[in-house]
Design a protein. Structure first.
Length: 764
């Protein structure tokens, strides 16, 4: 069934290469600008409490302060100085004229002390943005426009020298994360490609052969990102897909190409013509690439079933890039090899000084030592795994306390300035929405005590700095005083129009309370505060028993997304383990092989998570990756993405090793001999393939977006452990001990050693 397509592909190899070139030219423009269509903020597919709160705010308030930016102004003089006032008034005036700004709040209009630093030289303005604009539109167009307007306004003012202005807030943070992700992806590619080329030159001893996998990897990324850009027009695609697609595309594209080129050279050395060698390569190594690709697809397919846009879009992007990489490796690459023939070995002078690298002597000694002392290998390897995995017992899932927003970006610097002046909680408050039944008002004597009691109970939490709402407009009032204050509600509304437009609906049925945390509370602490507020609300609320009370905001949405994803995580893990074990059972007709593979893969992933907790959550060595301190928590998406991605990728090495072991065992019937020969024959290929993956993934561990650092580090460490401790120590040691039980209940081993030539190697 494969013979006809293989012969046709090689026969029309020129057309095959032209078709892939046309696809690359078609999708390259879309891939170049893919970041413009990717979303930064994650959302749940299913409705959550925080999502309902956000929609209720948008529907109930004419000018809700749902999305806003903070313009942080630092001056050389006090904010009371005429120069400072002129800058503030000019900025306020120009902001109010923008069509996407609904209102501007500053110390000049509201007179609150929270708007000014202790030295009186830093203040900020809040510019509420139009609720009709989408989050992506705000971050893509509005933020750059605002920054341009602010710079232009300062440039026109004669007395603006010495003033530093930063724009921050959620839309600005989104814009900077998107921009930095794109820059870091390109920078990581520029770092990884030259290093990968060096490894490939060492692996092949030829520059032409080493260049082909790089070409395949770049083509896979370009075409896949172009398809992702098209898919983003029909469903939300997270900015994570940009980094994951680049990492996985470059990694698997080069790994699969390494396998194909290695097999092609082997067939040439056996005396086949370039055409026949390419056909034979498709039949053998091409089938192995398809099998390996399917194991990777299982993990990404499971991500599509998750409830988050981040993980779903990464699943889609992963499926696309793996499929493209497999097709390139089994069509484009054999066609190019058939044309190049022996020219892939150029320059030949390079092979001689590198020949000692490929000498199997060292691996043979290692394999022999494992065969003689398997229990010692298991004991040492198991102890190492236990030590590395131990920090996993202390993992804390949540939003990291530091470095969550890039500190080098303008929005990150603005957020840091707000925290220094004690106003960091203003940017990301918890938003409690209270909606009464139809026809009722929150300003009645029956409802106001309930609102005041709710506000007071939240305010008593030491993590809360301030609660803003209609019940706290005049702090210190009793319930009776509040009822008297609002006896003429319309006159109060006329006195505070902007406040009431933001915190009370026109029909007075819905009101909003902003819970602002103290600056000592991190994002991790904000999630704990969210759970505490929801517990308070779930209790008996006197005066608000029949009201609908919802908690929203950034931290609340993170809690909802985390709870939803963690609830599905066991099912995702079970699906990946089950499908992978079934595929291995079919491939090797063995019960022990898939069971061992699944267990050891879980062990390697667990050890990788342990190191991630040690470096990031606890902060040991975190400075190497630019961290300002321990993150105190691991983002919930990281374990899911790392597990789903690395489980399939590391299974490639399992297939490489076991296929060669099974091949020798079928020939000789001697399990120990087969294990040693399989290990020594595949060790070099696995080592170079893993080294390429480590370089690609590891380069992303040094980016400026913390979530990407988490994933890059986790993937790199997992591959490192899997290709060394697992595949080179534990797997062969266990196979030595298990003996013929490795292959039960499959085909019985021959009772005597045969002298027939072995079948062609499938994977090397």
């Amino acid at each position: 069934m494969i013979a006809l397509p293989a012969r046709s592909l090689i026969r029309y190899r020129g057309w095959v290469i032209a078709a892939w070139a046309a696809l690359a030219l078609l999708f390259a423009p879309k891939a170049t600008h893919v970041q413009r269509v990717l979303a930064v903020r994650g959302t749940a597919i299913h409705e959550t409490e925080s999502a309902r709160a956000t929609e209720l705010i948008k529907a109930a308030f004419p000018n809700p302060i749902a999305e806003y930016v903070a313009i942080v102004v630092r001056g050389p003089v006090s904010y009371r100085h005429p120069r400072f006032r002129a800058v503030l008034d000019s900025l306020s005036a120009v902001l109010r004229r923008q069509p996407y700004v609904t209102q501007v709040i500053s110390v000049r209009t509201i007179g609150e002390s929270t708007f000014v630093s202790r030295d009186l030289r830093t203040t900020f303005l809040i510019a509420a943005l139009s609720p009709s604009s989408s989050n992506d539109e705000l971050s893509r167009t509005v933020v750059p426009a605002l920054r341009g307007i602010v710079r232009e306004t300062l440039g026109r003012l004669p007395l603006s020298g010495g003033f530093d202005v930063k724009i921050t807030g959620n839309p600005a943070l989104d814009h900077d994360v998107r921009t930095i992700s794109t820059e870091d992806t390109r920078r990581s590619e520029r770092r990884a490609v030259p290093l990968t080329l060096v490894v490939l030159v060492l692996a092949f001893g030829a520059l032409v052969a080493a260049s082909l996998p790089i070409i395949v990897g770049v083509l896979a990324i370009t075409i896949a990102l172009g398809i992702v850009a098209v898919a983003a027009q029909f469903q939300t695609m997270s900015v994570f897909v940009l980094n994951i697609t680049t990492m996985v595309g470059l990694g698997v594209g080069i790994d699969y190409s390494l396998l194909i080129v290695t097999r092609f050279r082997e067939e040439l050395n056996r005396g086949l013509s370039p055409t026949d060698a390419a056909i034979r390569t498709i039949h053998t190594a091409g089938s192995a690439v398809v099998t390996s690709g399917l194991t990777v697809v299982v993990g990404f397919g499971a991500l599509i079933l998750t409830p988050l846009t981040e993980t779903r879009s990464v699943g889609v992007g992963g499926l696309i890039v793996v499929a493209v990489a497999v097709l390139l490796a089994t069509t484009f690459l054999p066609a190019a090899l058939a044309i190049l023939g022996r020219n892939i070995d150029r320059p030949k002078w390079l092979a001689r000084p590198l020949a000692h690298i490929h000498a199997p002597t060292g691996w043979e000694r290692w394999a022999r030592s494992l065969g003689h002392r398997p229990w010692r290998a298991i004991l040492g390897g198991g102890l190492a795994v236990a030590v590395l995995t131990y920090p996993l017992t202390q993992i804390r899932i949540g939003l990291p306390a530091t470095n969550w927003f890039p500190p080098q970006a303008e929005s990150g610097q603005g957020l840091a300035a707000l925290r220094e002046m004690g106003a960091g909680g203003v940017i990301q408050p918890l938003r409690v929405v209270v909606q009464l039944p139809e026809g009722q008002s929150v300003l009645t004597g029956r409802r106001l005590p309930g609102l005041k009691a709710l506000s007071d109970s939240m305010r008593r939490d030491p993590r809360v700095r301030e609660v803003r709402g209609v019940a706290t407009l005049r702090p210190g009032m009793s319930s009776l005083q509040l009822a008297m204050f609002y006896s003429d509600a319309q006159s109060v509304r006329d006195r505070y129009p902007e406040f009431f437009d933001a915190y009370l609906s026109a029909d007075r049925r819905t009101t909003l309370l902003d819970v602002i945390a103290t600056d000592t509370v991190s994002l991790t602490g904000m999630m704990d505060l969210t759970r505490r507020l929801r517990a308070v609300i779930a209790g008996e609320l006197r005066g608000l028993q029949d009201a609908d009370v919802l908690v929203g905001g950034f931290a609340a949405s993170s809690v909802d997304l985390q709870d939803d994803l963690l609830g599905r995580f066991p099912g995702i893990v079970a699906m990946i383990l089950g499908v992978t074990a079934l595929m291995l059972f079919i491939a090797f007709r063995s019960l022990l092989v898939p069971l061992k593979a699944v267990v050891l893969n879980c062990i390697s992933v667990g050890a990788a998570f342990g190191l991630t907790v040690f470096v990031f959550q606890h902060g040991y060595g975190g400075a190497l990756f630019g961290l300002e301190g321990p993150t105190q928590a691991i983002f919930v998406v990281v374990p899911v993405l790392v597990f789903a991605t690395v489980f399939g990728l590391s299974m490639d090495y399992e297939v490489f090793l076991l296929t060669r072991v099974k091949e020798v065992f079928d020939k000789t019937g001697r399990n120990d001999h087969a294990t040693m020969e399989g290990l020594s024959a595949t060790a070099s290929t696995i080592t170079f393939a893993a080294l390429i993956m480590i370089i690609v993934f590891g380069s992303f561990a040094f980016t400026r977006v913390l979530a990407v650092q988490f994933i890059g580090f986790g993937l790199a460490v997992a591959v490192l452990l899997d290709a060394t401790l697992i595949r080179m120590v534990l797997v062969p040691a266990i196979m030595h001990i298990a003996g013929r039980w490795n292959w039960w209940p499959g085909v019985r081993a021959p009772k005597h050693e045969t002298t027939a030539d072995p079948p062609p190697a499938e994977l090397t």
